[in-house]
Design a protein around this ligand. Sequence first.
Ligand SMILES: C[S@@+](CC[C@H](N)C(=O)[O-])C[C@H]1O[C@@H](n2cnc3c(N)ncnc32)[C@H](O)[C@@H]1O
Length: 286
Amino acid sequence: MTTMPDRNRRTQAAPDTRPPADERPTEDTDLFDYDAELRPHNDHLRAAARIGPRERVLDIGCGTGGTTREAARAAVAGSALGVDVCARMLDRARRLGHDQGLTNITYAQADAQTHRFPPTHFDTCISRFGTMFFADPVAAFTNIGRALRPAARLVLLVWQDRDRNEWATAIRRTLPDPTTAATPPTGGPDAFSLADPTVTERILTAAGFTDVTFTDVHEPVYYGPDSATAFEAVRRLKEFDDRLAGLDPATAEQARTRLRATLAAHETDTGVYFDSHAWLVTAHRP
Ligand SMILES: C[S@@+](CC[C@H](N)C(=O)[O-])C[C@H]1O[C@@H](n2cnc3c(N)ncnc32)[C@H](O)[C@@H]1O
């Protein structure tokens, strides 16, 4: 676990979770950089996944593919398949994989809920915050389970409750009437839909998984080297963008001003950080 930097203390020692140079954007992109945001979380995912050199790995909701590249490096004589619905993220994932000389990765633009994966094919399925958005999670995890060989492992990171995630509550507070923002019920397609271990265990068990475990992951999320960069990053987050789009110009500008102040209050010597709590979820296919 990493201790959060105190707010407003630029001189205090802060964690340095910035991504290595070959994972930093080398081009202008308007995609949110989850690889930079979630780097400390990879240590937990990697340690739990323990990907072996010959494994076939499935990465659900892989985005721009940071975790797929890590899996492919570990599965040096195996392979990694990254699946995402977003073509632009996959374009970037393909480019970074190519630039880093990885030849054992493929990507599919597909909905993991219904995509026809090769049956009983994969040894391990990983996902870093890519499995919370399923309209029918039992059907989705049942579909994913069919792609896994017997005794294969499922290793997921999912967010705990919104109230335990400072990044979500702080950003939401910058929006007008945050309490009236629609909050889908648990189990619906929402970043916090797998936050309740009881609900998630029920979903995974109904989908045919066994040995479901939950481990608290308490790490900071990184939004950029300074508050100006973090401001541009947050504007790429769908929730913030969607909410601003519906506002009159003056109200939207007030929200942006509040966001700038919030980000400035979270700026440290090594960047802008917020606290977060996730669950590392593991399960097996029987
Ligand atoms: C929070 S992002 C995480 C991306 C990536 N796992 C990472 O950590 O960098 C969630 C990702 O899940 C993808 N996603 C959401 N629903 C999906 C679905 N039904 N099938 C495949 N991908 C999905 C989104 O397009 C998005 O890229």
